[in-house]
Write a protein that binds this ligand. Sequence first.
Ligand SMILES: CC(C)(C)CCc1c(C(=O)O)[nH]c(=O)[nH]c1=O
Length: 312
Amino acid sequence: TDLHTSIDKFQFNNVFMNASGVRCYTKDELDELAQSDAGTLVTKSATQTKRLGNPSPRYAPLELGSINSMGLPNEGLEYYLDYALDFQKAHPEKPIFLSVAGLSMEENLAMAHTIENSDFNGLVEFNLSCPNVPGKPQTGYDFDRTQEVLTNLFDFFTKPAGVKLPPYFDLAQFDQMATILNQFPLKFVNSINSLGNGLMIDPETDTALIKPKGGFGGIGGAYAKPIALANVRAFAQRLDPKIQLIGTGGVTNGRDAYDLILAGASLVQVGTLLQEEGTVAFTRLTRELRAVMQTKGYNAISDFRGQLKVLS
Ligand SMILES: CC(C)(C)CCc1c(C(=O)O)[nH]c(=O)[nH]c1=O
């Protein structure tokens, strides 16, 4: 069985990669991802300039996942662009992803111009969970704003790009979002980002587990699996086939990854598990996914991608 997969013209020798924000803040962390069994990597979502992010504790592991309100700490776009330019010279066979999350549409467009004018030859992931006008929902939940951002972006941006989406829960939202996304030359849609604004409590102290936002933070891990499966499936059913899916959320073992691929994913990102287990998780996930494929008689990802059956 082999786990090679592709998005557009980009070939990957393994379907697994990190989720943005997990073990991808510094050059050393990115190098460790590059040396792991993962097929590729994505950088921490960048803003124009370096950000320290929120006060700690801002991440906590949970029995069934994790909660975080990191606050977009990152080294700034130039740092990650420099890393990517060096990386593509040293590893031309391994395309990587650069993640971008401006705090405003203007910042997103400015960063897109910088990337467009660079020699970066990988893929760009625009994080639509980025904030919007204060008091309005995040961009991904503001359909008019999403339409506006993507229209302005693709007026000039020609490099391969996709969007990272928050989870949706209403079928009308899938319809509306897919109608918007189908208008643009996107190479991929990555579903899902963490489940927004959960809250968990320390039983010893009756205190919220994380400090920022009164303890509110994005939920990842096993809690996210059924929502991730539904979002990948819903967009796979609605998007132009030219737009491929990246599945993110709830991957703890090979079967979870297999399920995201059944739902339609061409790449599988790992967040909470990678944070907790380290990059050796990719070795275990690869072994476990191969085992599931063997049991089912599949030799390649393309044999079963999107082949979820439903009861008739
Ligand atoms: C939530 C934002 C800070 C607006 C974007 C960065 C981000 C963060 C973060 O940096 O807090 N955490 C997530 O789980 N997903 C994200 O997309």
